[in-house]
Ligand binder design. Structure first.
Ligand code: FE2
Ligand code: FE2
Length: 283
């Protein structure tokens, strides 16, 4: 039953990622970025046709995570600074965000994802042996499976529990998802990103963000995104989303060589950012 259920969901995801999620411009952008020899000029030319996307790319390049001195005003500089893979992630995030009704719950979910991304980036910089840009991107997309589910729920009138499931956290959430859709949102997120040919560095931590076991993944990012998600439950109850801090998080935290002092300094960073994140997502 589980296998046939998974096949149904995989099939839905395939249709979903091919169809209207991406506007013509956004689809062209994702495709061009996937080509090895894409140039900054080509990418800028495509983004220019989508004013909302242009504004968001410049806004993200100015976020404290990148730490770029001075203000980034031009799209060219923003594209160079954030990098192509990152751009693909932002594009996808914006498309998915824009595709769903702009309810407070979904805006809250993206604000949660953006904060997890910032935390993952900071943690990666602190650990020093993993790529912080990939950490940010994986954090930004870690709950993309939840958006995929919202779309599937909307198309299946029999699934009336979507609002109730959306409020759950941690293990309870995963169980409810498996009961209704045969897989959880981390698995759905993995399939979705695979269907869009994302790099393994990003897919692995998304697929294991609720249960890494002993795995650190090929890029070492699995525990980073796992901890970033859990920390939301500790530091930011309003933007905690589906994240909660457990004994397992504490164990992984210590195994990564992090100390309780690190927790506090990371928490302060997020507290400084929270107001601007709320404004950005209109919460
Ligand atoms: Fe999650
Ligand atoms: Fe999450």
């Amino acid at each position: 039953m589980l296998d046939s259920g998974n096949a149904i969901i995989k099939n839905k995801i395939k249709q979903f990622s091919n169809l209207p999620t991406l506007s013509v411009i956004q689809a062209k952008l994702v495709k061009t970025i996937s080509q090895q020899n894409a140039s900054v000029e080509e990418i800028v030319e495509i983004i220019r046709h989508d004013p909302a996307l242009s504004t968001k790319v410049v806004a993200v390049a100015n976020s404290p995570f990148f730490g770029i001195p001075g203000r980034v005003e031009s799209l060219e500089k923003a594209v160079m600074m954030v990098g192509f893979d990152f751009l693909k992630g932002i594009t996808l995030g914006i498309c998915i965000f824009g595709f769903f009704p702009q309810t407070k719950a979904l805006r809250g979910m993206w604000a949660h994802s953006y904060t997890v991304a910032t935390l993952a980036g900071i943690l990666a910089q602190r650990l020093g042996r993993v790529d912080s840009n990939s950490a940010f991107l994986a954090g930004l997309l870690h709950d993309v499976g939840r958006s995929v589910f919202m779309k599937i729920y909307a198309e299946e009138p029999a699934m009336q529990r979507s609002a109730e499931i959306f409020e759950l956290k941690g293990e309870e959430l995963l169980q409810a998802e498996i009961e209704s859709l045969f897989c959880d949102h981390s698995q759905a997120g993995r399939w979705f990103l695979e269907s869009l040919a994302f790099a393994k560095d990003v897919i692995e931590p998304v697929g294991m963000h609720h249960g890494p076991g002993e795995s650190i993944g090929s890029s070492g990012l699995v525990p980073v995104v796992y901890l970033a998600e859990g920390m939301m439950g500790l530091f930011s109850p309003d933007l905690a989303g589906d994240g909660e801090w457990t004994g397992q998080h504490q164990r992984v935290f210590a195994e990564c060589g992090l100390k309780d002092d690190d927790k506090e300094s990371i928490a302060n960073h997020i507290k400084d950012e929270e107001a601007s994140i709320r404004r950005f997502f209109d919460l």
